[in-house]
Ligand binder design. Structure first.
Ligand SMILES: Nc1ncnc2c1ncn2[C@@H]1O[C@H](COP(=O)(O)OP(=O)(O)OP(=O)(O)O)[C@@H](O)[C@H]1O
Ligand SMILES: [Mg+2]
Length: 233
């Protein structure tokens, strides 16, 4: 069943105040559904990272209302005690660079959040290994991040983002550090996840070649969001 898992109502973000104030998101009214892949496309400085980090409860909006999974998490102020908990339980975040913890091995990186959520180690490890297999890096579980290629690291980062069974995956240029072919296969994986596991996937991308892989494209232009009507398929 399709249901809106992310709802932004007149969300705005201004950084700083007075003469130095920057209006990064002027007005965002967006609904994103479970099982769909949405691209955020737009020029540098247009507000894409600001938007996706607000959805991820990392950046505090300045105004408006944000709901995740039918719970209002922000309405002029945070309405949840701990935004990190929302993130840990509902959201998988994939960054431009993989952000793996260098002194933990691959499986430890993948299971860290589950363990913080109280999942027993054995169970977390079993699930983590399944995810690594699914992403084609099952043989890397005991390696250190420094022993992986860029594409492998990003697959591990995706496995990590999935370990807590998120309903929402947010990715800020997840393929920026990868060559064309690997970038495409990572994006195809995210699409498969959305469609097979009914996860909402929101991806910031600059890469026009990826666009056919998305169900919807939102153009971010000077802090405003416009839906681009699909001209493919
Ligand atoms: N922490 C901050 N403090 C002040 N201004 C900021 C901050 N973060 C972003 N901005 C400003 O907000 C605007 C939007 O920035 P944002 O990072 O969201 O853009 P972006 O679309 O992600 O750009 P890029 O494609 O280069 O990553 C820019 O003008 C930027 O300079
Ligand atoms: Mg950005």
């Amino acid at each position: 069943m399709k249901r809106p898992v992310i709802v932004l109502e007149n969300i705005q973000k201004t950084y700083g105040s007075g003469d130095s104030a920057v209006s990064a998101i002027k007005e965002a009214n967006v609904e994103i559904y479970s099982g769909e892949t949405v691209a955020l496309l737009g020029p540098s400085g247009s507000g894409k990272t600001t938007l996706i980090t607000m959805i991820g409860c990392i950046t505090e909006p300045s105004f408006g209302r944000l709901s995740l999974n039918n719970e209002v998490v922000y309405d002029g102020k945070w309405l949840v005690d701990d935004t990190r908990k929302v993130r840990r339980e509902q959201i998988g975040f994939i960054f431009q660079s993989h952000n793996l913890i260098p002194f933990l091995n691959v499986i430890e990186n993948v299971t860290l959040v589950s363990q913080m959520n109280g999942v027993p180690t054995r169970e977390a490890t079993k699930k983590g290994k399944e995810l690594l297999e699914y992403l084609g890096v099952g043989d890397k579980a005991d390696k250190m991040p420094s022993q992986l290629s860029g594409g492998q690291s990003q697959r591990v980062a995706i496995a990590r983002s999935l370990a807590n069974n998120p309903t929402i995956i947010l990715a800020d240029e997840p393929t920026a550090a990868l060559d064309g072919e690997r970038a495409l296969s990572v994006m195809e994986l995210l699409k498969k996840l959305a469609h097979e596991q009914n996860v909402a996937v929101v991806v910031v991308t600059h890469d026009e070649r990826m666009l056919p892989l998305f169900d919807r494209i939102l153009r971010v232009e000077d802090g405003r969001i416009n839906e681009q009507l699909a001209d493919f398929e």
